[in-house]
Design a protein around this ligand. Sequence first.
Ligand code: AMP
Ligand code: ZN
Ligand code: FE
Ligand code: FE
Length: 297
Amino acid sequence: MDYSNKRGIDLHVHSTASDGTYSPEEILTLAKKLNLAAISITDHDTIDGSKEAIVSGIPPGIKFLTGVEISAAPPSSFSCSGSFHILGYSFRSDDPDLNQTLYTLQMARKNRNPGIIERLNNLGFDISIEEVLEFTGRGQTGRPHIARLMVEKGFVGSIDEAFDRYLGKGKPAYVDKYRIECAAAIEIIAGAGGIPVLAHPSLITIGNGRNFEDLIAGLKEMGIKGVEAYYPEHSKEQGSYYLKLAKKHKLLVTGGTDFHGSLKPDVNMGSGRGDFHVPYSLYEDLINQLRDFDETA
Ligand code: AMP
Ligand code: ZN
Ligand code: FE
Ligand code: FE
């Protein structure tokens, strides 16, 4: 398809406030250079990236949505594994409940990291929490920071290898962290005037003989408003399936690359692995739904 005349959007971008390697300001500069029409900074469990972007000034010609990606506990009846993440868009960033909840999640992350380092030490790796924090800078520390340091120290050949052998779920240095229930994550985003969306559905595996449509129906009852059907890792079939389900259940469709800068070097902002494109009309649909909320409020 020829997208040359159509400006795209990217509603899933990580900054240095979590485990991305571009600062919010650098993300805005890059978005401008790439001629993106709209972006959202969706850091893990923090909205500092979005706040900083707004303070630094949104370049003319780019639409900006406040964003967040909350790591949540899936509904227990689905026995899900994988990455169960709830994205939030266009919320009031000064909402006290949202900020308080994110603070609790940030503390849970902070408390988890020394446990991961201790496990790595027990496996014989010479790595300290101080080194990791120096590496992280001022943002939230995540496993990708630890993985990258392991690469730099020559313990593994790549970030993927660090996850596959040590840091991934079920691997010897894995430590679980506290997660907010997904119903609460959805409610808190909505309570702050935002739109809660299920992130990268293909990264969720469902057990208990249930299917993805049951999950979507359950989440809709909890207040989810959209599905991230456009995601670089989705196959054509997966993408079409999520679009079909979103339509059937009257949910918004969103999309983004999950850009992390050099921590995910193959994924580029706006274009993923090269041929990825998220249409601007999805941004318009989202904005229209926010307007409807305002009018009925
Ligand atoms: P954390 O926030 O510490 O739980 O780490 C989650 C981050 O790790 C997400 O940004 C994922 O993109 C990244 N991640 C998870 N699994 C892998 C993997 N197997 N290889 C590379 N990155 C991963
Ligand atoms: Zn990440
Ligand atoms: Fe995610
Ligand atoms: Fe993400």
